[in-house]
Design a binder for this molecule. Structure first.
Ligand SMILES: [Zn+2]
Length: 412
């Protein structure tokens, strides 16, 4: 493989300029979706895309596309990420993938290189879901997993009279193109790992083969509030006791299956007083795994346990599924293109599972897709302290460049 390299200083300078939009607390960024800051970031990328000679297009949910012609008119190889951040987030999450995509286009211009099939860079709307729910909204609409009308009606999580469609219009990013018409030949996303593995193992490139599935379930247990001193142990209907048993069981479940992660992150007791038996308890469980069968097995076992435990304490239990996102297995041809590119460039690599959700997992329902990860220092992200080194950002972008070149010469 005849490897190509990007223009390092152009990439780093532009990343720096982008990080100034919504800058907070020294190195952080606060750039919620469809705010004035998001508009400024979008405008800057649009200017750069036009300067790079790309055909810029905006769809009905505000996703931005920058197309570069190929020798044929076939469906393009697409790549990109998102420019929005969580509140008080970092400068790398999402932004790196968009800046790298732009740099790939610029490098190909510098090399006078015309790919066989066209290329298309993307900035997806509202990946973070920090201002409007759900997250990964732009790619979800592209994947037809939700309708554009439903997404338009989303309201600001803090100001319920602010509607997403009006915000798109206000900042000038309500386009005309139908998102479901975006059907690329393949999709690649470069992103920071947001976990500690690559940093800890001193590996430069993560080759993401799958994204774990996420099941959220809420259990509401109703017992009877009563006096802590006068109620005999055998006559109690202690909803708090049941909730704590569920929390402990969920931790044990994770030990039974490889790859399973379980968290009892939310427990609320009523009345929540030191000398009163809890009459009501709400516990929400987050279970994740790259293997759907394990997720389903764990869910059934957890339910069975919660019933047994509640009835054993003479409590009632109501189970409400909240989120069901199945695991995504990325496409082998895209994964191997990334692997070959990273190895030809001489970078250390590791195959991995993404612990967080990304636009690429929605795109995997549309076309062959996969992801490239670079290390996050100490695994910190969604935090102003988020950091990835310039060398790693450059390495990731070089891998993206060579992956795109290789994919653009393939048949899908
Ligand atoms: Zn992200």
């Amino acid at each position: 493989m005849n490897v190509k390299n990007i223009n390092e200083s152009r990439l780093l300078n532009r990343m720096e300029q982008m990080a100034e939009i919504g800058a907070v607390n020294e190195s952080g960024v606060h750039r919620l979706s469809l705010t004035d800051e998001d508009k400024e970031a979008r405008d800057l990328v649009k200017t750069w895309m036009l300067e790079a000679g790309l055909d810029v297009d905006i769809d009905k949910i505000g996703n931005m596309y920058g197309r570069r012609k190929g020798k044929t008119d076939n469906a393009p190889v697409a790549f990109g990420s998102h420019l929005d951040t969580v509140g008080y987030g970092g400068r790398f999450d999402g932004s790196l993938g968009v800046m790298a995509a732009l740099e790939v286009m610029e490098t190909l211009n510098d090399l006078n290189f015309t790919t066989n099939i066209p290329l298309c860079m993307v900035n997806f709307t509202n990946e973070e879901g920090a201002r409007f729910a759900p997250d990964m909204m732009g790619s979800m609409v592209v994947a037809a997993e939700t309708s554009v009308e439903k997404a338009w009606n989303a309201t600001d999580l803090k100001k319920s009279n602010t509607i997403l469609k009006e915000e798109l219009e206000r900042i000038g990013y309500l386009g005309n193109t139908n998102p479901v018409l975006f059907r690329p030949a393949a999709f690649v996303e470069l992103h920071i790992e947001q976990g500690p593995v690559l940093d800890k193992e001193q590996i430069t490139i993560g080759i993401v083969e799958s994204v774990q599935g996420i099941y959220w379930t809420r259990f509401v247990i109703t017992g009877e509030a009563n006096h802590a001193g006068t109620t005999p142990m055998e006559l109690r209907k202690d909803a708090g006791y049941v909730a704590s048993q569920i929390a402990a069981y969920c931790r044990q479940l994770a030990g039974k299956y490889s790859g399973l992660r379980t968290t009892a992150g939310l427990i609320e007791l009523e009345p929540n007083l030191i000398n009163v038996i809890a009459g009501k308890a709400t516990i929400s469980i987050d279970i994740r795994c790259p293997d759907k069968q394990i997720l389903e097995k764990a869910e059934i076992q957890l339910e069975k346990f919660t019933y047994e435990c509640s009835y054993g304490e003479n409590c009632e239990i109501k189970i409400r599924p909240l989120t069901r996102v199945d695991p995504v297995i990325f496409e082998i041809r895209v994964v191997s293109s990334i692997t070959n590119s990273a190895r030809s460039l001489g970078y250390t690599t590791k195959k991995m599972v993404s612990g967080a959700g990304h636009d690429a997992q929605l795109m995997a329902g549309v076309c062959p897709a996969a992801m490239i990860f670079i290390p996050s220092k100490n695994g910190i992200s969604h935090n102003v302290k988020e950091y990835s080194s310039p060398d790693d950002c450059i390495a990731g972008t070089n891998v993206l460049l060579n992956t795109v070149i290789s994919l653009s010469g393939r048949q899908f």
